[in-house]
Design a protein around this ligand. Structure first.
Ligand code: 4AD
Ligand code: MG
Length: 479
């Protein structure tokens, strides 16, 4: 018999027909005459209750069906007598597919800490929390493509292996086939990358932006959505060494168009989650509420669904970096020395504590900061006439800080070249990027949304390691 997914079974009105379900046992309890098995197959957060009449099926047949075991059951759906579910399965036959010895199986039908589950990432999909996140993550990936497709954007695959450093920050993972124990050296005493696979030094990409720009300067509206890799040694709840980034790039856009697109996209994605992930969000909201109970009342975050709706209902505050520095410098928070990095003068790089202060305490809504000092931003950003600032934009979110970073791009060949020289960007590998400013250059802009930062916000989870199936962080590459 063909398997019916539990998601379908729970919605079914077909009470006579025999169906087959398969899945993993969440819990089993038995009384004298009847046993109940809560079965989950991942299609939906809810379990299907299997009701086994022990006078028809002997208790011994269920002996190995402990939490974590996989089973196949045939039966008919009946309206449920118990509360909490609409239907249940009256079992006619049941077989064990794979056992899970309760002395060894790490997931028990009780609450496990997120830290514990990180060590069991091969099994944590089987918990409510991580299956909800996996389904939500899928929905968000789909929504990203739908958003851009509906607006006439083209998806571009940027390369994963590159010879350039798109951010010029030197945080790259090297890719090589050279034997580390027998490195070839050139007469200058440097590693001879001419003998390496690509005939030059290569690395994993930190961003698809530069290639996205090449495509935008022909197709007008493009986006990339790919893995990016950063060897920055930051062990925080918001940094991964491998993360996914969505990077739209649009010809003829200025910074204002770029901000409009960022705000529209974020609101679309949040609305999509609210419309399509109702059950999983309801579960994640309850999970967050439980977790917040351990915090002081004033430190508790807003209820998840209300927080998502709140972002939809408010327009993002748009201010310049200079205005933000004034607010921060004059804040009581700063004067009372409550920032770990006190704000003293214009030019300071903003830390996440400052970003969150602006969003959570000052404006109480998402903020877009623009026109940052050129010293703290990448070489490709359009230079303003003041000679001090660039047309950068960062979107800041509650609980997260920076969720998007972007800019209008420098489209003037001479200015770009000069800035690259000033910042010691190796020019020989970037001739192709510079050429686009020689041949039909146009104003253009784009940004990068960190997909896992979005997932943190939408799921209400507190640590970025919990919104990607297999996180890569310093000293952590298991699974
Ligand atoms: O601000 P970033 O470095 O910008 C760029 O990479 C540009 N090339 C984007 C563009 O204009 N096309 O990174 C963009 C976003 C950040 O705002 C953040 O959400 C996320 O990527 N991000 C990270 N997410 C997880 N772990 C990390 N280590 C991250 N670094 C950046
Ligand atoms: Mg940034």
């Amino acid at each position: 018999m063909k398997r019916t997914e539990i998601k379908q079974a729970l919605l079914s009105e077909d009470f006579e027909k025999e169906i087959n379900v398969k899945g993993w046992v969440r819990t089993k309890r038995a009384s004298k005459n009847v046993a109940f098995i809560a079965l989950n197959d991942g299609s939906v957060i809810h379990n299907l209750q299997l009701v086994v009449d022990l006078e028809k099926i002997p208790d011994s047949a269920l002996a190995l069906m402990h939490t974590g075991a996989s089973v196949s059951a045939n039966g008919v759906l009946v309206p449920s007598a118990g509360s909490g579910q609409r239907v249940e399965l009256s079992v006619q036959s049941i077989t064990l597919l794979g056992e899970a010895n309760p002395d060894e199986y790490p997931l028990q039908p009780k609450k496990h800490s997120l830290e514990f589950l990180r060590e069991k990432a091969h099994l944590r999909f089987r918990t409510n929390t991580f299956s909800a996140i996996a389904r939500l993550r899928h929905a968000m990936i789909f929504a990203v493509h739908k958003f851009f497709n509906d607006k006439g954007y083209f998806n571009i695959h940027a390369p994963i292996i590159t010879a350039s450093d798109a951010e010029g920050a030197g945080e790259m993972f090297q890719v090589t086939t050279l034997e580390l124990k027998k490195l070839p050296f050139n007469p200058e005493g440097e590693v001879d990358f001419k003998q390496d696979f690509f005939g030059k030094s290569a690395n994993l990409t930190v961003s698809g932006q530069l290639e996205g720009e090449l495509a935008a300067l022909a197709l007008s509206k493009v986006y990339t959505f790919g893995p990016t890799f950063r060897a920055e040694n930051s062990n925080t709840s918001r940094h991964l060494a491998e993360f996914w980034m969505i990077e739209p790039e649009v010809a003829f856009f200025d910074i204002h168009d770029n901000m409009d697109l960022a705000e529209e996209m974020l609101k679309y994605l949040i609305q999509y989650a609210l419309d399509n992930c109702t059950d999983d969000l309801a579960f994640l909201s309850k999970r967050l509420e439980e977790e917040e109970k351990n915090k002081k009342v004033e430190d508790r975050s807003m209820e998840l669904i209300s927080k998502l709706k709140f972002v939809l209902e408010n327009s993002f505050e748009r201010i310049t970096y200079t205005e933000a520095i004034d607010i921060l410098k004059n804040s009581n928070h700063n004067k009372k020395g409550k920032f770990s990095y006190p704000i003293e003068k214009w030019g300071a790089d903003l830390q996440s504590e400052h970003e969150r202060y602006l969003v959570e305490k000052h404006f109480k809504k998402p903020v877009i900061l623009t026109d940052y000092p050129k010293q703290i931003k990448a070489f490709y950003m359009k230079q303003n006439d003041d000679n001090n600032t660039v047309r950068a934009m960062d979107v800041l979110f509650p609980g997260i800080g920076e969720i998007i970073g972007g800019s209008q791009r420098e489209d003037n060949y001479d200015k770009l070249l000069k800035r690259m020289e000033e910042m010691h960007i190796p020019l020989e590998g970037m001739w192709w990027y510079l050429e686009t400013r020689k041949f039909g250059s146009v104003p253009h802009a784009g940004f990068g949304l960190g997909f896992e930062r979005l997932m943190l916000f939408v799921s209400g989870m507190g640590n970025i390691r919990d919104v990607i199936p297999f996180p890569r962080t310093p000293l952590n590459c298991e699974f």
